[in-house]
Write a protein that binds this ligand. Sequence first.
Ligand code: ADP
Ligand code: MG
Length: 262
Amino acid sequence: MIKTSDLCFSYPSGVAVFDRFSWSVSAGEAWTVIGPSGCGKSTLLLLIAGLLRPDDGSLLINGMQLERPRPRTGLVLQEYGLLPWSTVWENAALGLLIRGYYGHDGKHTPADEDLTQAKSRVDHWLERLNIDHVKDRFPHQISGGQRQRTAIARTLALHPDLILMDEPFGALDALTRENMQLLMLGLYAEHHLTHVIVTHNIEEAVILGKNIMILCNPPIGSVEIMVNNDSSWGTRGYRNTSEYLDRCRYLRNEMGVNGALA
Ligand code: ADP
Ligand code: MG
């Protein structure tokens, strides 16, 4: 699904973030990418999303060189990106609006059945994510968890096959965060979309990542990859198992050894 080979990327300011970075993600895998602030996690997602272009090396999505953002890649950004003057429903429909399902005056441009389908897709995801009861409220009138769900609904309404999330739950309180993690695991179990979730939180990386990639200090070349494929991953009680604690400890050690936590 995603394959980078010898990928190089520097910002115009001269900060080299990736230097011959090779990584591969198969369709339907659930990855977390962990590393300290400034190591290049957001840059990696922007590259995969096609919003930044590599300087060198290759970046393939489904075997094709990525030239521009592709319709079926869903990106959920750090700050949710909700429009404060639009309701939850309108925010969830925003991606479809941008794709041209609705005119800005509320009138639709494509065929009636496309419009009906698009609307019901928004309704479906609001219901699935338990925010249909707040669909007429504005972002400042709902909780942080509900705002995050709205951003996720907007992405899922676009029918993605690849979901990229940048530190999605960092701003949430511990309990809401746990609920959101369970929600993501539930969605993964239902749809098996390819997930790449960036976090700087060790516990979150272990909960959400069946595969975990550790990034250290840039420029990032070879990577430390831990495959976390025990049978209890993704189950409700995983957080209480000794495997889970072992994985967290392993990750903490690895990151310490490699200087990521220094
Ligand atoms: P992370 O998401 O892991 O915190 P980033 O990918 O945002 O890290 O940043 C990686 C490195 O690139 C950092 O050194 C950061 O300062 C730098 N950087 C990020 N965005 C830009 C930008 N737009 N211009 C120049 N440098 C940037
Ligand atoms: Mg970041």
